[in-house]
Design a binder for this molecule. Structure first.
Ligand code: NOJ
Length: 739
């Protein structure tokens, strides 16, 4: 006989109807729970469908049956989750359903560009759509919860995980955080196609010293509050249901044991009422940090600091009960943590139907739907950035006799998905660039040579590559990083295109002095392209563009789609400039205009201070002209807004999108302010010859920051303002904020 879970029996006995709020239901369920069962809810282990950290074994079936597990990661598929959920619901004392989490980062089956690429679309609607589709596909395979979005601001191209975020800017990260949360969670979590989002990695993980993953972060509270915390606040405001604490320590205190960030800020200031999960064994890792004596101490610190769920570390299950009995952890903390986790399960509808995400038909019919793939193609082309296009090298013409496609990534179907590609099929489904070409070129027009590998120094393919480059009328090189070179634990000290690829580029240029060469780049971070900008004519940055990346790239190369992406992170001239970001401080001896003729200024002696490609940069096949900026008033008050507007005209030969950016500079502050800050943007479509007026409304809200007292507010005075196509400009206009 199939038993009814005890919680259903009891809850119906005490006549709590489903119309009553979740909280009452959770409270009554919790009255039935032992302390160890509550601790069980705060415990997560890993299934075997994937491994996303060092292997840690656990006795999953036993723990589920005992009520010692509330959630699992890396467990999926309808069959897999049904088997596990059945144990939880039918064989544990209270029958509380499990929560299944997974890293659905830039798509689940249908893979979109890596997140840094997605951000380069500056298209919030597309980003929301990409996470909506990811949630559709993931939820159809039993997943309730994604460990995304990653909203770590980062100014560190050496850090492999810069690929998982939205770049260096605070404002853009805020907006993008909201878009992801909306996409994953939808408007109703109880629908079977919506999943919990998780804002990670809280906090300042993107500021790892020297870009080395998991490394120390140190910063003043002002920088923390003005730069690294805002996207997390934006996620809270957007209704994100979960947070993930991080691996790094912050000012000497590991972020998975940091009461200041987890309780004081997240709970007390921001009133976040969802739950916090640790990163993978990050509670235990406080021992290595030198912050916890042993795993008992680590469990104590983690729970007391406000981490509600222990991911894989097994320290909560083992030690929390004793810690409560010894008076070292308050039972209230366990109750609060358990309640938050149960609330999430209620919101997902798992108490109404623990199997609601488990449906063979949905699983079979949801993945790779044609409309998902079409969207992935559209988003991939919108995410690519045309960095350089000398002499209108691009678009290519499909009437050219022959084009040589050279490089280790021309035929690639694995790297093109990027890191963290969830269940994306690296071989079967992904469309390589080579395959994408077939929509535009006949086989006899295509010459191909791999030339070299990404990482080995085998030059035996150079000869063939050079030979076909000489035969062809145009040359396209497809090169970059291997997908393992970005993502977690993939920091680099060198930002050059890896291996012998740069040498092959040089050889091909030497053999073809006048021929037009295009470089298509796949990579997960800003690269040092200082040599390549001289050697090739056009550079198209496609990041790792996902399942439909090859088709999207061909659309761009042949001009069916006009490039519109813009950089969300600065490309340096060399690694020595790092960190280099547009919203820097001025210093007392600002960077001279005409490098290198400057004495005692804040410049390098061996390279210009300017980046190779600035934040916000990205070309189009058409050209855009910006008129003079108009301000509705040069005086802003606390109660009145002002409007800044500009006319943008498409003056070139193609229709296209332009990303129009609003920047403001607070000239004098009680703490110094960045030289410019993005405060708004609009992506606008302009037909050839068309002009549109773009207007931004500015209020005091846009000018607020944390001062040295950690008060959030504005200060009266002069503000420079510009509306520009990228961050590399000089201000010409200003307004005053008066009382
Ligand atoms: C460690 C990573 O830091 C985090 O981003 C991820 O969500 C977890 N592992 C789970 O796979």
């Amino acid at each position: 006989m199939k038993l009814k879970p005890l919680y259903i029996v009891v809850i119906s006995c005490i006549q709590i109807s489903f119309a009553q709020n979740y909280e009452a239901k959770v409270d009554s369920l919790m009255q039935l729970m032992t302390l160890q069962e509550k601790i069980g809810q705060t415990t997560m282990y890993s299934g075997n469908w994937d491994q996303t950290g060092p292997f840690v074994g656990s006795d999953n079936g036993k723990y589920i049956r005992e009520g010692n597990m509330g959630a699992m990661l890396n467990a999926m598929s309808v069959k897999g989750t049904r088997d596990l959920q059945k144990i939880a619901v039918e064989e544990s004392r209270l029958g509380i359903p499990l929560l299944f989490g997974y890293d659905v980062i830039h798509g689940h089956r249908t893979i979109f560009p890596i997140n840094l690429g997605l951000s380069a679309s500056w298209d919030l609607k597309m980003i929301e759509e990409s996470s909506r589709i990811a949630a559709e596909e993931a939820s159809a395979e039993g997943i309730h919860w994604t460990f995304a979005p990653m909203i770590d601001v980062s100014r560190e191209p050496r850090w492999g995980r810069i690929s998982e975020g939205a770049g260096e800017d605070v404002y853009l990260n805020n907006r993008i955080a909201e878009a992801y949360v909306k996409g994953f969670q939808g408007d109703d979590l109880s629908k079977h196609n919506t999943i919990l989002a998780c804002a990670k990695h809280y906090v300042a993980y993107g500021a790892a010293q020297a870009g080395r993953d998991y490394h120390t972060t140190n910063m003043g509270e002002g920088e923390l509050r003005n730069v690294y915390l805002p996207p997390f606040k934006a996620a809270v405001n957007a209704g994100v249901e979960a947070f993930m604490s991080a691996f790094n320590e912050l000012n000497g205190v590991p972020t998975s044991g940091n009461k200041f960030t987890l309780r004081d800020i997240l709970r007390d200031e921001w009133k976040f009422d969802g739950f916090v999960v640790s990163d993978y064994t990050s509670i235990n890792e406080m021992i290595n940090h030198g912050f916890a004596k042993d795993s008992i101490d680590a469990a104590k610190i983690g729970m007391n600091a406000g981490v509600d769920m222990d991911m894989v570390g097994d320290v909560y299950r083992l030690h929390l009960q004793q810690l409560v009995e010894d008076g070292k952890v308050s039972e209230t903390y366990i109750n609060d943590a358990c309640k938050r986790i149960l609330m999430a399960k209620y919101k997902l509808g798992l108490f109404d139907d623990p199997y609601r995400y488990i449906d063979e038909k949905r699983e079979a019919t949801t993945k790779y739907r044609p409309e998902f793939l079409a969207k992935a193609q559209e988003i991939a082309s919108a995410s690519s950035v045309l960095l350089q296009n000398k002499n209108e090298t691009l678009p290519l013409s499909n009437t050219t006799n022959t084009i040589a496609f050279i490089g280790p990534l021309v035929k690639d179907k694995a790297d093109i998905l990027g890191n963290w590609a969830a269940k994306g099929d690296r071989y079967g489904k992904a469309i390589s660039i080579f395959e994408g070409l077939s929509a535009y070129l006949k086989p006899e027009q295509i010459l191909f040579a791999k030339g070299c590998d990404i990482l080995t120094d085998d030059e035996s393919g150079f000869e063939e590559a050079i030979k076909i480059s000489k035969q062809a009328d145009a040359i396209v090189l497809v090169m970059g990083e291997d997908h393992h070179m970005s993502g977690e634990a993939a920091s680099r000290t060198d930002l050059k295109i890896p291996g012998i690829q740069p040498k092959l580029i040089r050889k091909i240029r030497e053999a073809n002095l006048t021929k037009k060469i295009t470089l298509v780049l796949m990579n997960g971070r800003p690269l040092n392209l200082s040599k390549e900008v001289e050697l090739v004519d056009a550079i198209l940055e496609i990041w790792f563009p996902g399942t439909m990346g090859g088709a999207a790239t061909a659309d761009l190369l042949f001009g069916k789609v006009n490039p519109s992406g813009k950089l969300t992170v600065t490309f340096p001239r060399n690694v020595g400039q790092v960190p280099i970001y547009y919203n820097m401080k001025n210093t007392g001896r600002p960077i001279p205009e005409h490098w290198p003729k400057a004495d005692y200024k804040s410049n390098y002696i061996d390279v210009a201070n300017t980046p190779l490609f600035a934040f916000g940069h990205g070309l189009s096949y058409t050209s855009f002209k910006y008129s003079e900026l108009k301000l509705s008033s040069e005086t802003l008050t606390y109660s009145n807004a002002i409007e800044a507007s500009i006319e943008v005209s498409n003056t070139g030969k193609f229709d296209g999108y332009e990303i129009v950016q609003l920047y403001i500079h607070d000239k004098v502050g009680s703490v110094t302010r960045p030289v410019k800050e993005l405060k708004g943007f609009e992506k606008v479509f302009l037909k050839k010859g068309q002009t549109k007026t773009i207007t931004f409304t500015i209020t005091v809200e846009d000018l607020k920051f944390y001062n040295s007292e950690m008060t959030y507010g504005v200060e009266t005075g002069e503000f420079e303002i510009a509306i520009a196509p990228h961050s590399d400009f000089k201000f010409k206009h200003a307004f005053n904020l008066i009382d």
